[in-house]
Design a protein around this ligand. Sequence first.
Ligand code: ADP
Length: 393
Amino acid sequence: MTLAAVVFFAVGTLMVVLAVGIRIGRRAGTRATPPSGDGATVAELVQRVVLSSHNGVVLLDRMGEVVLANPPAIELGLVHGSRPDERARKAAEQVRDTGQVVRVDLSPLDCGGRSGRGPTAVLGEVRPLGDEFTVIDASDESDAVRLEATRRDFVANVSHELKTPVGAMALLAEAVLDAADDPHEVRRFGTKILNEANRLGTLVTELIALSRLQGAERLPALATVEVDQVVQEALGRCRLAAESANIRITVDPPSGLLLHGDVPLLVTALSNLLDNAVSYSPSGSPVSVSRRLENGFVEIAVTDRGLGIAPEHQERVFERFFRIDQARSRSTGGTGLGLAIVKHVAANHGGDVQLWSRPGIGSTFTLRIPAHPDSPKQVSRTSSTPEYVGGSP
Ligand code: ADP
């Protein structure tokens, strides 16, 4: 509907609103002349309320014709041309017959073909308004519906992820009992139970970390952080994994850069990137870490020459529980939460994480965090020698 049509409805139906307004005024025992200082009548005030409402409001007459529609009603698709949405019209008929309020789903029927900008869920309530009119009052519930779907998905995923190691431990415990007389088998199954228990522990720890990052708890107060300290602590955490995969990590010399952040969170994010670089690279291949200052952001890049990530998976790897290769992630003890945590840590620091990758060539994940105002305006290296962590060159 064009703006002219809206104005037509609004102005053309002022009389109807006036009538409704006067009636409301009478019923409420007030006068049609309002107490307002600007001389507006009750009818005009009623109309202002309707037109300024954030909800879509449509007034229908006894014949089901639209007599007033505010702009949000047009945006939500409650009115097509000069006709009400068919579902709303039927609901209004029912309201006229029964005098009862009716709730109706007025979500767009062509959501699939939309560009993703319009509402996807619209819920309305149709109420009687005197003997002659019905009013449709609808709101955009897309965010609430999307959030609920995400929550439901998350709960389903968590249940599945928790059940898997618990189920495996139960089976392995049975196997230990069956093999009680065979020390070799007991040791073999015992080791597997330990692995599953560790997996479960990591999963629970990461779930708690993620829920904190998503606002379940207040985040720690941010302080001035030395970027080089974050890099050192993260390297310390993945040293063992790198050594056992015979992967050598090359680290550029300290940068002297500062940022405003939380050391434990940043160390967790960076070690997740390093763990992945090690896990998804063949034994003996190189990994490197570099720091720089770019447009006011501290950038810490982790580069590997591992499996790489196909373009269609590059956004999805940051989703909770998304893994390209379920079996590989499982064999490396992955939970599918590592990159989701990195993304949230970056966002909580006002930054982001960027990915460049090509299958068969490798990947670079870059953590970008705004630099501290007191940070040197350029990298100030105190040495020119790179550091090496992990396996032999
Ligand atoms: P996981 O615990 O499975 O490693 P992440 O959230 O850390 O979970 O990563 C999600 C998925 O992204 C991984 O399962 C893997 O398929 C892919 N991935 C992450 N980092 C890399 C990398 N450096 N190289 C190749 N694939 C990667």
